[in-house]
Write a protein that binds this ligand. Sequence first.
Ligand code: C2E
Ligand code: CA
Ligand code: CA
Length: 790
Amino acid sequence: MIFKRLSTKLSVMFGGLFSVALLMIALACYMAVVSYARSSVQKELQASASVFNRIWTLKSDSLQTNAVLLSRDFGFKSALATKDTATVESAFTNLQSRLNIETGLIIGPDGQPVVGEKGDLGRALAGALAAKNEFNAINGIVAVDSHPYQAVAAPVMAPDRQGWVVFAQRLDDAEMQNLQGLSSIPIKASILTQARGGLWLGPQEQVNDYKPSTLSFFIDQSLHTNAASMIKSGHGTMIAVATSLPNLDGHQKSVLLLSYPLNAALKSYQPLLTVLLGIGLFGLMCVVMCSLYLARSLTRPILALKDAAFALRDGRPGQVKITTHDEMADLASAFNDMAVSIEDRERDITRLAKTDVATDLPNRSAFEDHIANVRDKGTENGVVVVCIGIDRYTHIRAVWGVSYAHTLVSRLQDILARIFSNAYIARLSADTLGLCLSPCEAAQALPLARAIAARLDKRIKVTDDQSLDVMVSLGVYHIVNSRPAPDEMIERALIALDQARAGKAKIALFDPRTYSELADTLLLTDQLYAALASKALQVWYQPKFSYREGRVTAVEALVRWNHPERGFVSPQRFVAIAEETGAIRDLTTQVLQTCLADQGRLKSAGFDLDISINYSGRLLSDEAYNAMALSLCDQAVGQICLEITETAVIEDPKIGLEAINTFRSRGLEISIDDFGTGLSSLAYLKQIPANELKIDRSFIMEIESGQRDALLVRSTIDLAHGLGMKVTAEGVETAASFTLLQSMGCDIAQGYGIAKPMPFGELVLFLNDFIGVGEAKTKMPTYRNRKAAS
Ligand code: C2E
Ligand code: CA
Ligand code: CA
């Protein structure tokens, strides 16, 4: 594109168009002037030509009358016939001097000059007339050395032709000037002659002005058309006309050339042309200026619209000033309307983005903005962020309904706003309010939280007819002279809130130590996912010793994670993470698959062992997963027992019992793990159709020292037996507890005293080499001993 700017394009287009029109008008005017000038000169030239004609005729008539008179004189005739030269001469000179005839001659019967001019002119005239056969007088031009003469010849008849009386008059410059003087304009007149088709000859100063070929062409043309036309000369362009003149000599042509310089013709129009040129230039200037103005005025509103659009894009107010009443004004007003509605919408969007729609309170994003503002003003006087969590919010919402829950939040905000009028309060999530206060010294942070708790932790009137006992937990984060990111500050207050809840405290200050644990947990979570994906987890086995059979009849599968940097990670820790994140499914599946394979390998090695697998309570409610686990267990070559912690079954008895029944019906054994930690009543056990009860190791490890625990274990064993369950004691570390448990009727012992959990390879060796290991240290009955004994 040549023109980058619309205004330049418009200017050039309009300016160009008008200039061309103007130029054409100027050209037309000029041509009209020239043609008018030419035609008036032409008329003048033609008038001059006809004047010359008349003068010619008059002159030749008078010469002719006298020549005829002499030629008819009887005495003259006979004198000529008798060659009486003296008489002829006297008659001729007499007449010549009387009539003041410039030159002339008498030609005898032999065609030769008798009297008068006998030089070149005489010979030329005699030559010209020799070929003539006329009986009447004739006239025409005769040229000698390019000098033209007007000649008249009258035949002398007696009765035959005896000769000629010839009079001639030189057509000199004076003659021509006379003619020029007759014209109203100073034309140039000259007579040109041409002998036998040669060059046109005439006065030097006239003929030399033209190129011979141009002149000859022009004369032919002019004679043909009979009109004046242009011819180029050494002094510029001429308007000229050539008219043919009679000739005495048949081999000669002659013309009267009348010319007038075009410049001179135009001279009188010069002022007019100047004025025209002036008007043209002025017009051109106006056109250019108008084009510029027009282009500017057309593009100015467009530029204004562009600027406004850019402003709108950059989030500044984009309004266009309307100055006209045309389509541009319509466009501008439409644009303004659009800008207004965009701004409105943007305001709405911003408001919605910063507001909790249900309560119309500022939301977390608004809270962050506020903290950023406060922080940027300086934190040397301290800033506190308090996160207020409404306890049992889910429960309240479920019982009283969503809108009631929202009203409760609004009410709490009202109360806080009334007490802490200079605090900023926002709703961070459904059950959490955030409060930011500045200035606030470090020592004031906890008292502030306590004041909030004191005001909110009571019966609060939510609606006119309903009140509610509210309980809140608070997380507090205080900064002074530091500048953490706003979201980080909120996050830390929220972590403090979690810490409060986890610690069953009402209020907690953010504790950086726990915080770093949390961060580490996040890292560990990522690594656990990676370990699961690369199947890096292993399964170790801990033997279970049956008192009745006197040998290891089963093993418990325990997952192990040997982290490349951290070493062995506690299963308690990563299993908890897996349960939180849902990775527990993948983990359990991998353990199950390994156990099934290992059970097959053990069987081939001659060991028919039951395998107990820990089945997380979280999985119990996942029907799809249960079905999958069941179909996997169907492939087992031996007995599989699922250990389910007591607490999991108590938390959701309906689903737990259903799942347990399904597992049982498909041939799996169920064991109640960690019994004694879940505070369930023994009577409640009746409902759980388990095969085994595992007494938690915290009871077993105290069994030797404390009377109370021994009693508890004994009665638990009895009750379990009464309910048809076998009993496994966990954490059997010493020979004393081993025998004590046996005496109490316990069925199975599991613990470091028998064996620690070990990898599969070691398990096979262990099963082979069991003899003597326990005996030396603990006096526990060994596998081989018993086998040998039975
Ligand atoms: P748990 O089911 O109660 O497993 C028994 C835990 O007691 C094991 O800890 C075991 O090493 C330990 N233990 C056994 N005998 C003794 C002893 O005589 N003295 C002491 N002090 N401890 C003994 P471990 O392997 O660290 O496992 C911890 C918990 O992690 C398990 O408790 C179980 O709840 C969970 N867990 C382990 N593997 C899995 C698994 O594959 N799936 C699931 N869901 N949980 C698992
Ligand atoms: Ca277990
Ligand atoms: Ca246990």
